[in-house]
Design a protein around this ligand. Sequence first.
Ligand SMILES: [Zn+2]
Length: 345
Amino acid sequence: MNNNEQLASQIPFPWQSAHWNRLDRLRFNNQLAHAYLIAGSAGLGLPLFAEKFAHLLLCPHPAEGRACGKCKECVLNSKALHPDLYRVRPQGTSRVVKVEQIREASEFLSMTSHAGGPKVVIIEKSHQMNLSAANAMLKTLEEPNPESYLFLVTDSASSMMPTIRSRCQRLQFEVPRFDDSLEWLKKQLLDEEDEVKLLVAADNQPLKALELASSDAYQVQQSFIADVCNLSAGQSSIRQLVTKAAKLDEQVAIGYMLNVTIQLIKSAIKGSTGAGPESPSISRLVHALGQTESSSKVLAERLLSFYQSALEGRQQLASSTNPNPQLIMESLLQQWVQLPFGLKA
Ligand SMILES: [Zn+2]
């Protein structure tokens, strides 16, 4: 088994089991809804969940809530070749799911099933449907085909059209408890890694932590965070950071800033002095926060208000069809330097 197969064999992951079991019971009793909104943070493996559940639906001989893994349908699925499963996601460098993609998916659902069983469409990043795609989706949701299932996966359900959300049954996935994520992560990582640091950097999302461990993403993230922290001390400029963020992808960069901010909020509330699991750059800010005149309540409020702006910025990038990423980034960084760290260069 290679790493991907090893990971796939674990689906549903522990934090997905409850939703899986509930959905499986509905499947068993023939009570599944036509459309599900599979919502939760990006690092929880939700597209994998949808994919694996689709395999279960397409397998004619499931056992104990899992696809058999041996039949013709399962073999086709293991090669991502099953003709009754259709996947939609933003293509190439595009941020948006386009109307043609949704029309093709609807057409697929209206055709006869190849295997004589159900048909499944999975839409990843479904909050990134542009307006005409979302309207086409609405039509598909209003006129369901028999034995067809739609899984709309999103890590930003709040930026979706309310009419789409209301026509789907919602499965909301929560981030697991820190200790549970840690236990899982330790089993995945064979090398000596600092799992606590990885998990903190991954906002406690287990698959995101795994990704950080297996690529240079952790270093890239830490270097960007160091620059953001240096900005507060006047050791880097907004312009430099805007350029760096563009190279990274602004949505990713804002995710890093959210991560820093949440760590700072926690330490402001706890009155920490900077000896936690943070990176050295963040520890420096935590220490600086402890030195300011403002009360921890005021600090936490100002950080929360920045957090809110960063969330809005990220949402704008995800949902707007024509965002201006540089402008959004610049305005966020300007707000960042206003935060009361009081660092001296
Ligand atoms: Zn099977």
